[in-house]
Write a protein that binds this ligand. Sequence first.
Ligand SMILES: *Cc1c(COP(=O)(O)O)cnc(C)c1O
Length: 372
Amino acid sequence: MEKRKVPLLDMRALHRPIRDEVLAAMARVVDSNAFILGEDVRQLEKSIAAYCHVAYAIGCGSGSDALLLAMMAAGIEPGDAVLTTPFTFFATAGSITLAGGTPVFVDIDPATYNMDPRALAETIRRTPKAKIVMPVHLYGGCADMDPILEIGRSRDCVTIEDGAQSIGAEYKGRRAQSMGDIGCLSFYPTKNLGAFGEGGMVLTQDEGLAQKLAALRVHGALKKYFHRWVGLNSRLDTLQAAILRVKLQYLDAETAGRQKNAERYRANLAGLPAGLPQAAPYQTRHIYNQFVIRVPERDKLKAYLDENGVGTDIYYPLSLHEQECFRELGYRAGDFPESEKAAREVLALPIHSALAEEDVDYVCAQIRAFYE
Ligand SMILES: *Cc1c(COP(=O)(O)O)cnc(C)c1O
């Protein structure tokens, strides 16, 4: 087979068709002179709120800041426990520590890579200081929100959805970010809706929380120079908002392209020993921020694909309870067997919408060749 290069993500190819439109939007911002919380931020907030089926959306500096702002708005106090999964990007748990809370980990369901509600029920029972439950919608799929919300409510916890990877994903017909008390988005360039730099957003149905979140991103001021809380300086740049408004128009096409590629992978890889993403045991709309296979011989397969021009990555190679910075939490290897097993076996394949069918077929042929 003729060699090809199939990078994990090809931003240049994704941006080529919208380049002129994006540059025109950027020029408009340059001419407007409103670089902080300008009209484009307000318009983007409106559009994203509508897209995610929530009442309020507040732009901020990054997805990590969105998590931090959400916990501050929820009134987190030193030592409060925040229950989340150890199999996620670092920011999920890092933001808990930064907010003064204590991450309390709950193992994942291996079918979905998301928080296992049965494990949550068990862990929350022995967590007297439980204050916030923070499920993650990993890879663009949704956590099992009905039981998670119910368990959280039974202990008067606030639920914060880390939806950094799941804009537009759905759980039983409800959009990610609209089910808990606060939802968090990231516009990091590798997300399905990516800026040309950093950006994030906090979403909520609650007017009071929305007001507090809007204040917290400007140093906690409800009125300029009058500070009700100690907040952050975390605003979404007008320039990024203008770019994101252009890209939002193409988000459904991007997601549809990813879903189509996922179907092609499934058809093509069926019968091989590589484990394909499983359908969740509940109805979802998966947006495939990542297409992740599972293979016990993961590192060998990754090296083989690298050699043959196929870009892959590992999200994530070390469970958060085993990270050096969390040693004081007292967890040990073996505490979360499903997360640890996933960290050894997962491999993300190229899935973005600019892939040609031949690219997907090439990746599959290389995986088949590896097993032969
Ligand atoms: C990307 C990501 C974040 C952080 O978003 P940034 O914009 O990079 O700060 C948080 N949680 C998850 C699950 C993510 O994938």
